[in-house]
Design a protein around this ligand. Structure first.
Ligand code: GLY
Length: 372
């Protein structure tokens, strides 16, 4: 077994931590995490579907390092990322005897990572937690940077904390069981880093798209490493999103509106919504005269080569009416004082923060985008 781990450090003073990217990390989880644990017992909050596939390997790995896991399963799917789901996880942790100095492991994709991170942040005023992301999307985005949240009836991720993990273990081997559709959804967030500020990574992704789409391990390893390094750099600059971190929301304001219109159902994965959202951000940038059309076409072509859709009428799980999307965008948590901030781009690798987006122009744009 190849064990050349790649380590990326997230520099946040006393809250700094390492992202370990490598093969066979579940088997080595005990050795990697034992130095962080203050007692053998650790709590694992696991997505039930992930646990069915990988809990035996994780348990054996933790035990091999002298740790004794207590596993708490949560149902897969966005519905678990709710106040009810949060309360249930907290109650189960407390009833199982979790203390503030225990280590809590989040084992699953973005839903479990966001939910467990928030539960850990609230448990007895804040317990330490580790991210063990099992989807590509969670490995390259949601497990890094300390954003934790559950959804409210009024919108996605509306209730949350910045609570940094103490370590992230991104095991490339668990991606073997990831359905192709979820891999493509994760690749949307990978492409995001290239589109924000990394033209070299964009060229790599253009060449590697067929390999990435097919799940080639070497190509995925490079994609995860570059993405995590990019995210770590941006989070270190601006942990609480006062400025630069907002760039990581490229495609997300449009994407969240689509997810909201869909009702967070299985027909539209977060990464799929973000892919369409990024393509829309490029087209809107073109409409504003801020981006050459051929750059927007290159961005869209990469997303399509990675197996993603880029147009609203192509999406399942609609309808996605323009008026509804605009309403959701106005309620996005990035909207301040009725003004909308969008992340737009002046080209591939040149994203920028566009403040005070003009609602009337956006309405016309959305009406055009939503017509099949
Ligand atoms: N996913 C965006 C961020 O972490 O800031």
């Amino acid at each position: 077994m190849v064990q050349d781990d790649h380590r990326v450090r997230v520099e946040l003073a006393e809250r700094s931590y390492e992202i370990v990217i490598g093969r066979d990390l579940l088997a080595r989880s005990g050795a990697l995490l034992a130095p962080l644990a203050r007692r053998p017992r650790v709590f694992v909050v696991a997505d039930a579907a992930v646990a069915a596939l990988h809990a035996p390997a994780l348990k054996a790995g933790l035990e091999a390092g002298g740790l004794a896991p207590i596993i708490i399963e949560v149902q897969p799917g966005e519905a678990s990322k709710s106040m009810t789901g949060l309360e249930a996880v907290l109650d189960r942790l407390i009833l199982a005897g979790a203390e503030r100095d225990d280590l809590i492991l989040a084992f699953g994709g973005g839903v479990v990572g966001d939910l467990t991170g928030l539960a850990a942040g609230l448990l007895k005023r804040g317990a330490r937690f580790v991210q063990l992301p099992t989807t590509l999307l969670a490995q390259v985005d949601s497990s890094v940077g300390g954003k934790t949240a559950v959804n409210s009836a009024a919108g996605k991720n509306m209730i949350g904390l910045f609570h940094q993990p103490v370590m992230v273990l991104a095991d490339l081997d668990v991606l073997d069981t990831l359905p192709e559709r979820e891999r493509a959804a994760g690749l949307a967030e990978v492409a995001k880093y290239a589109l924000i500020d990394d033209p070299d990574f964009f060229s790599f992704l253009e060449g590697a798209a067929p390999a990435l789409k097919a799940g080639d391990k070497a190509a995925l390893a490079r994609a995860v490493q570059v993405s995590c390094a990019s995210k770590a750099r941006i989070v270190a600059l601006d942990e609480t999103e006062q400025a630069e971190r907002a760039l990581l929301n490229l495609g997300h304001t449009f994407g969240h509106a689509l997810e909201r219109a869909n009702g967070y159902g299985p027909e539209l994965l977060h990464g799929e919504a973000v892919a369409v959202g990024m393509a829309m951000a490029y087209r809107y940038s073109v409409a504003l005269g801020r981006c050459p059309p051929e750059e927007a076409k290159s961005a869209e072509a990469l997303l399509r080569a990675l197996g993603l859709r880029t147009r609203v009428p192509e999406l399942d799980g609609g309808p996605y009416p323009a008026a509804e999307l605009l309403g959701h965008m106005a309620h996005d948590k990035k909207a301040k004082n009725g003004r909308l901030t969008l992340i737009l781009a002046s080209g591939v690798g040149r994203a920028y923060i566009h403040r005070d987006a003009e609602i009337e122009g956006l309405k016309v744009f959305l009406e055009r985008e939503c017509v099949g």
